[in-house]
Design a protein around this ligand. Sequence first.
Ligand SMILES: *Cc1c(COP(=O)(O)O)cnc(C)c1O
Length: 377
Amino acid sequence: MLPYSTHQLDEDDIQAVVAALRSGWLTTGPMIEAFEQDLAAVCQVRQAVALSSGTAALHAALNALGLGPGDEVLVPAMTFVATANAVHYTGATPVIVDVRASDLLLDVQAAESAITDRTRALIAVDYAGQPADYQPLRAMTSRHGLALVADACHSLGASYQGRAVGGLADLTCTSFHPVKPITTGEGGAVLTDDPELAARARRFRSHGLSLDAGERERRETWSYEMIELGYNYRLTDFQAALGRSQLAKLVDFIAARRVLAARYRTAWSGLPGLDLLTEQEDRQHGYHLFPVRVRAGLRDTWFKALRRQGIGVNVHYRPLNLHAFYQRQGWGRAGQCPVAEAAFEELLSMPIFPAMDEADMQRVLHSVSRLLATSAS
Ligand SMILES: *Cc1c(COP(=O)(O)O)cnc(C)c1O
């Protein structure tokens, strides 16, 4: 089965992990710091904090902003559940906002209309790898005194108006899950230019302690104090070694994804029965996903037919307001996010990953042509 996305591990990645395992460090050690420095450099930000997952990164970022019960956070409907779940972890309430039809990125005007006197922050999601509208988002959030958080779990290595993902919001969260742009198995990071927010995220990663084990070692002290409630959200040193090795290939991975996306766009532009999402001109897409829209009512037929032919398509995403948990939180009524709900009926993510070769591409193009021919008749 051709996956919709998958990691690429080379011999040098494996050697990097083996070397870290032989170094004597297992958890937070020198590789964490080195990985954080590399990440900050690639993302053109002052601070990177490595965490155990993208979800932990979102939780740490929202905690760093001091969010809690009574606060509201705007989140787009078209995202993975973790974006909104992390808001719940802090005790705050996610407010689900609709997306724009052309590219399924957060609709800035819909977000502004959802602001109340309890709204404290907005999480923009770089859906499929395309950065959200950061310039209007920054203007809007600063006008209302809101923090801007980027869920960049899809978009590491992408850019907006020439600026790398990582420095486009007050805090940016990314994921190193195997399907994401680079992997550490499980892992994530918070990126920020603000040293205080970074320090809070770092403390949160290790139980809210004043000094972590490495820092106590350096200062030759046993003494630490728990400043606030934190978690064990640490990444291991051998995962950080894998992250460094993967990060060195991020540019090549994205270049390979870009070539594949261009092939799809050339083959499928303007075909009746198959709609592509708009790519905005002022940003560089990361192509984590290649979602297309098929005719409403045919999506499940396409899903089954393609899977039967060994093409592992997927659906990203069921809108947040249509999940049972969020329905119990009062988001039950269909029609609350009409654009995301209509898109959901039609979405299919086509295979795209760095190691996808010409034969794989031909298989997908051929199967889709056949489906288009049968759906037209
Ligand atoms: C993958 C993902 C997450 C969560 O990342 P994990 O590393 O799996 O915890 C959050 N938001 C989005 C949009 C994602 O795709």
